[in-house]
Design a binder for this molecule. Sequence first.
Ligand code: ADQ
Length: 508
Amino acid sequence: MRLIVVSNRLPIRLVREDRGWTSQPASGGLVTALSPVLRNRGGIWIGWPGVAGDFDEGEILGPASREAGHRLHPVRLSEVELKSFYHGFTNQIIWPLFHDLFTRCNFSSDFWRTYLKINARFADAIIQHHQPDDYVWVQDYHLMQVGHLLRRRGHGRYRTGFFLHIPFPPPDVFVKLPWRSQILRGLLDYDLVGFQTIRDRRNFVHCLRHLVREAKVQGRGPVISVRYGDRMLRLGCFPIGIGFDEFSEVAKRPETAERVAALREAHGTSQLMLSVDRLDYTKGIPERLEGFRRALARYPSLHEKITLIQQVVPSRDSVPEYQRLQTDIETLIAKINGQFTRPGWIPVHYLYRSMPREELVAHYRAADIGLITPLKDGMNLVAKEFCACDVDRSGALILSEFAGAAIQLRTGALLVNPYDYEGVAEAIRRAFLMPPEERRMRMHKLRTSVRKTDIAWWADSFMEAAFARTLHDFPHDERDLTEDFPRQHQHAAAGRRDPSGRRAGAGA
Ligand code: ADQ
């Protein structure tokens, strides 16, 4: 069986040089996740190559395909289409709405028309390359209508799956979408729809109950079924993972140890705390900085003993809203550094750039504390990468309870509400004071979970759910299906007790 992977972006970055276009492998969550899967199974990746200009397909994508180990097929978009489809419907409607930030939405019906037109173009590309027995795996919110368009044209000839990398919102948020029924019904035209967490799937099922009453949901467990018209489809939870072994292997290299030693020496403080995010308002960067500011204001004993390295990866930075966010972040960092810097100690060290994998791993490994506090996140791979790189189990992870990863990682991480600045400040102090044995015990749990549910496990469980004859035997495993809301963060707050009865971290 061949696999056709379809995503908004091809897993490459085209760069224009004097001699013409050249390509480089792209970075980011989805690419990290899917390239190895496709290389191992064989097939074709269909997507937009990342440039609106003209280029010679064979000249660029031929070598890039050979390097990727599978074929790449481009779907072309003009500048005008890009504006309305990508910067419009996906970035100004679906992205904020699905992250519960509907006040940021711009519900333009022009955007919706372009969304349908571009989804149809992706469906055409699939039809052009499809061979009998292929499985079509569509990725993410840019392409929710592709399954519907294929079904309309192919009369059920195509076997299709869809995975949503971002959260699915609860009904009171989702109903604000003017095209809510079309989106829901479009998703029901796939044979399998995958979500990151049980919470997202539950939200989807609740939306079905409100808006598509004839859809009947049946079953329990990681994969359930829906009777819709004269057919059955499946809904599953597949928390995405990382290439655990690769991160761990790079972290163990002697060159990495040298980089780590250099980083530690350069910072000179007793503990390094690391945050890594794409530039995006959902990642909660200003909120986190405020939490850190309060930690420094409340606990002077942290001064000169802790440094926050805030790494921001440029993203969507031609959009004015993202430029404003960047300015806000820089202003806040200047405020904190202005208020607390002492000779030999700068509290926040700020990096605004993408970096090679080896350097990122060295940062993960050098950090004593990972501070990852999105306001809402489908999963958050950075949290998992931090754990995979902590090969000597000496780090502590502070994680937002609103990251999909919190459901899996709640027993090892200190969970926080990113809007509760005092709670974040207290968790920073608690992580700072955490004894080595407790760090080891917690990190052991975190690493075990991240290793078991790595990227290969994610792809295999999706495929298993797509092809299993019955759902009865589908294993209950690392996905937590009992909890849809982590319980643990409360004991981070000052003076509150954790379930063991101990008082949370005393006196910095
Ligand atoms: P993203 O919102 O992009 O992904 P995330 O899951 O954190 O967020 O992935 C970011 C990726 O960028 C990581 O793999 C990381 O290694 C990489 N990266 C971080 N800093 C970097 C740097 N300085 N240089 C280069 N690369 C860097 C979306 C959803 C998430 C979901 C993923 C996968 O929003 O919730 O986890 O898809 O499903």
